[in-house]
Ligand binder design. Structure first.
Ligand code: ADP
Length: 319
């Protein structure tokens, strides 16, 4: 391996820049040439490829988003399009690629690897929904953003004896809502791994009121139900003022936390070492505080994220 490429793909996440920086600088430290590919697989197909110097990644470790840009490019599922993309890589003599993104991006990396082009996947998404890793890059920053929002909502809910429904990202993974509920002291939690019943929720709200609780915060993962309708239903049933707040894209931005920066740097450096070791078709994770790598195909097709049952059980005792 002499020349490697790096791209970010799918939904962006704080810490992606730190990961790109680590790939570039680690690569240069081993005398590799490193190329940045702009706008994900779309840019790969459009040949938006630029050689990176050490200063190309200066002053980005603290910045959210991804300076390389990211794109959704469903056309990449088409083998012919992928062949054209590989031809662009070959034009630059690039012989391996680091892909930072979510599981959709891993699919693209898997397909390229199957076509004989070695890729390493780095988990970059705030959703923490990728198998083979305890944490994804961006999760910690998004979690802190969600907690900050919950703290603010708590202040005003408490002043007004209000019930607040807070919709948190995570796609189909409840980790962000679960950990935000614990750290933000939310009373009720609705996550996709467990689901919910309106009757039980109303019963709990009523029990909370009997315990003397004047306000309540309900943390809920996106895509489960329409939170405005949920809030209206609760207000109707309880007679208590209820409002929904959708945190939305605020969770996707912002300066990455120290944890995300360290994780991203660690994973970025490791990706380069794996490629130098002749390994391709792997995805990187952190498990029990150790860097690990798994077969990217195995990871997508067979591995599942374990649900944090212990944390969920704990959360149920804390309100
Ligand atoms: P994420 O990586 O955050 O999960 P997406 O699911 O949108 O985001 O995937 C990002 C990109 O990865 C897609 O726009 C597409 O270019 C590529 N991709 C996704 N699925 C496949 C697939 N089955 N085959 C090839 N490329 C894919």
């Amino acid at each position: 391996v002499k020349k490697i490429g790096v791209l970010t793909s799918g939904g962006d996440a704080p810490g992606m820049n730190a990961a790109i920086r680590a790939v570039v600088r680690t690569g240069l430290s081993y005398d590799l040439e490193v190329f940045g590919i702009y706008d994900g697989y779309f840019g790969l197909h459009q040949n938006k490829i630029k050689k990176m110097e050490r200063y190309s990644v200066s002053d980005i470790i603290n910045r959210g988003g991804t300076f390389l840009g990211s794109a959704r490019f469903p056309e990449f599922k088409d083998e012919k399009i992928r062949e054209e993309a590989v031809a662009n890589l070959k034009k630059h003599d690039i012989d391996a690629l680091v892909v930072i993104g979510g599981d959709g991006s891993y699919m693209g990396a898997k397909k390229l690897t199957e076509m004989g082009f070695p890729c390493i996947g780095i988990p970059g998404t705030i959703d923490n929904d990728i198998a083979g890793t305890d944490y994804t890059i961006g999760f910690d920053t998004a979690l802190n953003t969600a907690i900050d929002a919950i703290d603010r909502i708590r202040d005003t809910s408490s002043s007004h004896n209000r019930i607040s429904v807070v919709e948190i990202m995570g796609r189909y993974c409840g980790d962000l809502a679960l950990q935000a509920a614990i750290a933000g002291g939310a009373e009720y939690l609705i996550i996709p791994e467990v689901g919910f019943s309106r009757t039980d929720l109303l019963k709990s709200l009523n029990e909370g009121k009997l315990k003397g609780k004047k306000h309540a915060i309900i943390a809920i993962t996106e895509h489960i139900t329409n939170v405005n309708e949920l809030a209206a239903g609760i207000e109707m049933a309880t007679g208590r003022e209820t409002r929904a707040t959708v945190l939305g894209h605020i969770q996707r931005g912002g300066s990455p936390t120290a944890r995300d920066r360290v994780l991203a740097s660690w994973m970025g450096g490791y990706a380069v070492e794996l490629l130098l070791d002749g390994k391709g078709g792997r995805c990187i994770g952190i498990q029990n505080n150790q860097l690990v790598h798994h077969d990217i195909i195995e990871c997508i097709e067979n591995m599942r994220r374990p649900f944090s049952q212990d944390l969920y059980t704990l959360q149920q005792k804390l309100f």
